[in-house]
Design a protein around this ligand. Structure first.
Ligand code: 5GP
Length: 135
């Protein structure tokens, strides 16, 4: 795996506003936040995204997310929180070291979610069947 920006943050070669660390994970503020308190949780074990991360590293990442989410909420007095993981370039992934975004939300923060689409009649059933068959 290529040496990423986040691997450099783990090794403290690049500074970051670290908010939590344990043996398996690191959490730090996103440098370009969607809202104040926007935090990234990363596994220390190298993995690019959901497609190659180990069960252990994924568990550690989500465990840390759940541990620090209430603290982020309290610290910035948020009304809600989005957990987002971008996987691969087409999904908006820019840094190819697995990470979970914890984005505090405020009732009137103006952030819009993605527009929703409609299935054509019968399309949802066909897509579901393809996903079941692909497992
Ligand atoms: P992605 O689009 O890969 O899911 O998210 C990568 C995130 O990393 C972006 O939200 C971006 O703002 C953040 N980021 C990029 N470079 C740095 C950096 O040097 N330090 C920190 N703390 N965050 C960064």
């Amino acid at each position: 795996m290529e040496d990423t920006l986040f691997a450099k943050i783990i090794r403290r070669e690049i500074p970051a506003d670290v908010v939590y660390e344990d043996d398996e994970t690191l959490a730090f503020l996103d440098i370009h936040p969607n809202n104040p308190g926007h935090t990234l949780v990363i596994p220390k074990e190298p993995a690019q995204n959901i497609f190659d991360i180990s069960d252990e590293a994924l568990s550690a990442m989500t465990r840390t997310a759940r541990k620090i989410a209430p603290a982020i909420m309290r610290a910035v007095d948020a009304d809600g929180m989005n957990l987002v993981m971008n996987n691969k370039k087409a999904a908006g992934q820019l840094v190819f070291h697995a990470h979970l975004h914890l984005i505090p939300r405020f009732a009137d923060d103006g952030l819009r979610s993605w527009p929703r689409k409609e299935y054509a009649p019968g399309e949802a059933g066909a897509v579901a069947e393809k996903i079941r068959a692909a497992q």
